[in-house]
Design a protein around this ligand. Structure first.
Ligand code: URA
Length: 434
């Protein structure tokens, strides 16, 4: 089959068939199709889109480009959560141990942060000794024993996605609903799940900023997953402001531990419970959502969730003492305060700009091979809706010897708006897609 014919067909708005999609994905996996052909086809898909059926075929072909895990002999269901990424979003670290305490197995294969959004792997690696690079046999062993394991993508999981995602990143073809759908779901299907819960972020700090596009993406993800035999549901959640109060890798581990101790911020705690509750319901460990969330809440209040987190840290080579002694985390001692320029009510804390400020300090990366500094980041002392006095501390900037500090200050001063009148932020959960 000629790749050039496939490119021309999509360029002219045609619908690709199974054979054509398989030829494309085979070529991406084994390197037999030149990169300029892959890039041209990605751009044609970006502009012409894909029919729902094509997206399904692409997803399946990408999942089957590698190994699909199987979990025979497990005494419970495998359920995972995927978030499209945001600022301060550390829910995975909280909900995975909580769901595991409710009898759900959580085999989480996560990504690194890129641009202004953080990544679960970078957060986990800020725990001294924590290993996210495990082969699949070790991953499966940890999951079977502890009910939860978190690793990075291995070469065997959806290798076609690895090639295509890197290429999309440098060819301006990331923001395509069929390509995002196939990329996310190919990896989740390869995890061999019984069900999937999706958190599709929308707003200033989300990678899909417009709400109607986020809803479109959520529908595409849920329908494509269901058609592939994977029960799925999605929440559309607000990412105009950061989730929780901490942004930065060690800081987010600290806040996750506090949340598992029952001392976390309200928004982070409630979203973690909502998502974990849906995982528990999808895994048929409760008869309805209300009871599923109540069960998760019980595991939080009893401290079992925190103990499961400690167990997971230890199982993956990390120092479990961080749970009782957060001083073991690398936190830079260099602090500066960003204060309210005037009195009023905070009407905006733009999470896109706040994420970029954290990135400038070294908490995130601009390119995939950049190193992150676990010890820097931002602590929000106030959130949208709060009244503030002039000069009051709004954000604590934790920097490393001034690196990126001026850029962070500039971005933060653009990120915060203070209104004179009352302001009520939008709810965190905006919509549910079944
Ligand atoms: N995350 C993914 O894994 N793939 C995409 O295409 C976008 C976000």
């Amino acid at each position: 089959m000629e790749m050039l014919d496939i490119i021309r067909k999509k360029r002219d708005g045609g619908e690709l068939n199974l054979e054509e999609i398989q030829a494309f994905i085979r070529g991406a996996s084994d390197g037999s199709v030149p990169v300029y052909h892959l890039a041209a086809l990605l751009m044609a898909i970006y502009f012409k889109g894909m029919k729902f059926r094509e997206t399904g075929l692409l997803t399946q072909a990408m999942a089957q480009s590698g190994k699909i895990l199987s979990w025979e002999g497990l005494d419970g269901p495998c359920v995972d959560k995927h978030s499209t990424g945001g600022v301060g979003d550390k829910t995975s670290l909280i909900l995975a141990p909580l769901a595991a305490c409710c009898g759900i197995y959580v085999p989480m294969i996560s990504g690194r942060g890129l641009g202004h959004t953080g990544g679960t792997l970078d957060k986990l690696e800020s725990i001294p000794g924590f290993q996210v690079r495990h082969d699949l046999a070790t991953f499966q062993k940890i999951l079977r024993k502890h009910g939860v394991a978190m690793i990075g993508q291995t070469p065997e999981i959806a290798p076609a996605d690895k090639t295509l995602y890197a290429l999309r990143d440098v060819t301006g073809t990331v923001e395509s609903i069929p390509l995002i759908t196939a990329s996310i779901l190919s990896k989740k299907i390869a995890e061999g799940l019984d069900a999937l819960v999706l958190d599709v972020k929308t707003g200033l700090g989300a990678f899909m900023q417009e709400r109607n596009m986020s809803i479109k993406l959520a529908r595409s993800l849920v329908q494509t997953a269901k058609n592939a035999g994977l029960p799925a549901q999605a929440l559309i959640t607000n990412m105009d402001h950061p989730l929780g109060n901490q942004v930065g890798n060690s800081l987010e581990i600290l806040e996750s531990i506090e949340t598992l101790q029952g001392k976390g911020p309200k928004d982070l705690t409630s979203l973690s419970l909502e998502l974990a509750g849906r995982m528990v319901l999808a895994g048929k460990k409760a008869p309805n959502l209300k009871q599923a969330i109540a069960l998760v809440r019980k595991k939080l209040d009893s401290g079992e969730g925190l103990e499961k987190f400690r167990e997971m840290v230890e199982a993956q080579g990390g120092d479990p003492r961080v749970v009782a002694n957060p001083k073991l985390l690398d936190l830079s001692p260099d602090l500066e305060v960003f204060s309210a320029p005037r009195r009023g009510v905070i009407s905006m804390m733009d999470s896109g700009l706040i994420g970029r400020a954290a990135c400038a300090l070294g908490a995130g990366r601009g390119k995939m091979d950049d190193l992150v500094d676990p010890g820097v980041g931002l602590t929000l002392k106030r959130k949208p809706g709060d009244k503030v006095r002039q000069g009051e501390a709004l954000i604590e900037i934790r920097h490393r010897q001034g690196k990126g500090l001026q850029t962070a200050r500039d971005l933060l001063s653009m990120s915060v708006c203070i209104a004179e009148t009352r302001f009520k932020p939008e709810p965190l959960i905006l919509e549910e897609i079944q």
